[in-house]
Ligand binder design. Structure first.
Ligand code: R1P
Ligand code: URA
Length: 263
């Protein structure tokens, strides 16, 4: 059966620059940090020793350089699984054997969580349909165990409050996450508490597609997200805490990359 590689549809220019992300062969490192927010990618890029490649195409903002000697690409995908699909697939056209860590923000679902806690995903409920165009409904979106272990060890070493477990990836921030009282009643207003009851730790909008696509190819992927919304308590992070809280997740991911590279 053809896997499509032999006759890949051409969506890049003569030099192999990918249509949406604008990056070409040689411009992506095997260690890839992804996030939704371009401003987070920009801030994370300040931690690089140097930047070789900086590219801005639509919402895809990327930096390739070195972090303490480790070749690293940081890319913002924008919000959502459709963007994540594009970024992941285009990156995988131009780099060999990548390892991905998503550094995101999320809604925390469990009572024992606090705002700014980190959540390391072991897998994610596919409450989106982007991944469904590749795999059947029963296909599990799982993180790579080595990445999970590296993220957990890094969070522990850095003394960051963290939780490890199952995430849920929604295809929206409002309806898909059951947010009420906004004049647009969601069809499933109890989705957050229902997920909490079955042990799901957090809700966000990209992880299951990243995990599914990477699992299909045997590439390693993980995710660490900072709790910005405490859903059971209806709390949201204070504006002045957002950047330090995001930075903690970036720090955890960077340390995890180094752990993985040292194996
Ligand atoms: C929603 O506010 C966005 O924040 C979360 C969600 O997954 C969604 O992308 O992640 P990022 O902070 O990485 O964008
Ligand atoms: N990002 C999400 O997707 N959900 C939240 O509740 C907070 C951040």
């Amino acid at each position: 059966m053809s896997d499509g590689y032999e006759s890949a549809e051409k969506v890049h220019d003569q030099e192999g620059h990918q249509y949406h992300i604008g990056l070409g062969p040689g411009e992506v490192a095997p260690w890839i940090l992804t996030c939704g927010d371009p401003a987070r990618a920009e801030r994370a890029s300040k931690r690089l020793d140097f930047i070789d490649v900086e590219r801005r195409h639509r919402e895809f903002v990327s930096f390739t350089g070195s972090h303490k000697g480790l070749p690293l690409t940081i890319i913002a995908t924008g919000i959502g699984c459709d963007n994540t699909e594009i970024a992941t697939i285009e990156l995988c056209q131009i780099v060999d054997d990548p390892t991905f860590i998503r550094v995101g923000t999320c809604g925390g679902l469990q009572d024992d969580m606090e705002l700014e806690d980190l959540v390391v995903s072991t897998g994610s409920v596919r409450m989106e349909n982007t991944s469904t165009w590749f795999v059947p409904e029963g296909f599990p979106a799982v993180a790579h165990y080595e990445v999970v272990t590296a993220l957990q060890a890094s969070a522990e070493e850095q003394g960051q409050r963290h939780h490890v477990g199952i995430t849920a990836t929604a295809s929206g921030f409002y309806g898909g996450q059951g947010r009420k009282g906004l004049g647009f009643p969601p069809r499933h207003p109890d989705i957050a508490s229902d997920l909490a009851r079955i042990g799901v730790k957090n809700l966000e909008m990209e992880t299951s597609t990243l995990f599914t696509l990477c699992a299909m190819r045997g590439f390693r992927a993980g995710a660490v997200c900072t709790v910005f919304a405490h859903r059971p308590k209806n709390q949201f992070i204070a504006p002045e805490r957002k950047i330090p809280a995001e930075d903690a997740a970036v720090e955890c991911a960077l340390a995890a990359f180094h752990r993985l590279a040292a194996r």
